[in-house]
Design a protein around this ligand. Structure first.
Ligand code: GRF
Length: 268
């Protein structure tokens, strides 16, 4: 049976979310097929999972690229279409005072790595890219190459916290350490910031006094494995649209927000 969308995935680790998505495609919970799995980490467990399902894989070794830059920054070749000033003006990872050289090194090495990702991905025509535990930020270079229609972004991520609380690499840990009574996970479209894009779906769960980091992670992952495939299926059904809205606020003021509208199904 022909599937509605072709999905590519990027992973860095064990890939349990990847597995949930592959399984949902195979059991028709997602009207889509996984067409590639890429990674920045040559020993990512997700690679094995992909191969077990005959899904093509590739590696773009970010560490190798970053070392190339460190060892010889003058000779380092950025992609021809990389514009450092443009990338700097669009990124929103770095706020306030930061070492300019570090930011430049970050943007140039990311662009070089992302150029290689794009080249690998081009071999497998795809509609939606899902980040499933991909531990590298995507920079404006790749986002501008992929996302041409602001109403229908093409990159999704899953984050282990109830965004906008606790962006970054350790969402469950940050939630627990803060003493939150509720934890959760979020699926969102990816934008220029860190875990800051428009939210598609969230699940929340109680954190009890006896919970540990391990038990919070275990609870959270159970929710992730349901939520991510469900959000991808909404995309496959073409029910997601990002809208920039101006909303009225008190005192005659207004605020803007980018919100994901989910189209209702007739009769549902
Ligand atoms: C998940 O908790 C996900 O939310 C986060 O990284 C973890 C990846 O786990 N982005 P896995 O590799 O899918 O098992």
């Amino acid at each position: 049976m022909k599937k509605n969308i072709k999905i590519g995935a990027l992973v860095s680790g064990g890939g349990s979310n990847l597995q949930a998505i592959i399984d949902a495609c195979e059991s028709d919970k997602i009207d889509g097929e996984m067409v590639f799995v890429g990674t920045d980490n040559p020993i990512a467990g997700g690679l094995k999972r992909a191969r077990q399902h005959n899904i093509p894989t590739f590696v773009v070794d970010y560490n190798e690229i970053i070392n190339e830059f460190k060892n010889n920054p003058r000779e380092f070749k950025a992609p021809d279409d990389f514009d450092p000033a443009e990338a700097l003006s669009r990124q929103t990872f770095f706020h306030g005072r930061h070492d300019q050289q570090k930011i430049n090194a970050f943007l140039i090495t990311r662009a070089a790595a992302e150029f290689r990702l794009l080249r690998q991905m081009a071999a497998f025509p795809w509609d939606l890219l899902v980040l499933a535990g991909f531990m590298r930020k995507l920079s404006p270079y790749i986002l501008d190459c992929i996302d041409k229609n602001p109403a229908r972004p093409r990159i999704m991520n899953i984050h282990p916290a109830l965004l906008p609380a606790f962006p970054g690499t350790d969402g469950y840990g940050d939630t627990l350490r803060y003493g939150c009574k509720v934890g959760g996970c979020t699926v969102h479209f990816v934008d220029y910031g860190e875990d800051s894009g428009p939210i598609i779906g969230q699940r929340a769960f109680a954190i009890e006094a006896h919970d540990t980091l391990e038990s919070v992670k275990a609870k959270g992952l159970q929710f992730e494995w349901e939520l991510y495939p469900a959000c991808i299926q909404l995309y496959a059904e073409d029910r997601l649209k990002v809208k920039e809205e101006t909303c009225p606020a008190s005192g005659g003021k207004s605020f803007k927000r980018r919100v994901v509208k989910i189209k209702r199904v007739q009769g549902a």
